[in-house]
Design a protein around this ligand. Structure first.
Ligand SMILES: [Zn+2]
Length: 136
């Protein structure tokens, strides 16, 4: 089921250990180190997905928990001031994400969202990515 070996796993960990990289870069490095190749930000697809696996017809979005309102996540906090302003912004983001996913699905693309907090549980993330990317 999970065919990422122990050695491979530590190699993967090392690839993402460095601290000063952005969320997206960390996920890109991780997936690259798992041996998958992708294209970036294909504008011709709805929502300009972060990573596109054209041959597999799969895309990955990498989302910050705050901006994209990860449900039930401790990072999806709501600021105490200008609540209405923030709520409108958040609602627009969430609606856009739902719409984008629907459009991609309709075009035959499978969609996976990687959340910022997923990087805290690297083992689980690797398993999830492997499962998503390997099965057709
Ligand atoms: Zn989260």
């Amino acid at each position: 089921m999970d065919h990422v070996s122990k050695a491979k796993r530590s190699q993967i960990m090392a690839a993402v250990a460095s601290k000063d990289t952005s969320l997206e870069l960390k996920v890109r490095r991780l997936i690259h180190s798992m041996g998958y190749r992708y294209r970036l930000h294909r504008k011709e697809l709805p929502g300009t997905p972060d990573l596109v696996f054209a041959g597999r017809r799969k895309v990955i979005f990498i989302h910050g928990c705050f901006w994209h309102r990860h449900v039930g996540c401790k990072y999806a906090t709501t600021p105490k001031t200008r609540i209405r302003f923030w709520q409108n912004k958040f609602d627009a983001n969430v609606q856009r994400d739902v719409r984008t996913r629907r459009q991609l699905n309709r075009l035959g693309w499978q969609v996976l969202t990687v959340w910022q907090c997923d990087l805290k549980k690297m083992d689980r993330l690797v398993t999830r990515l492997e499962r998503f990317l390997s099965d057709s």
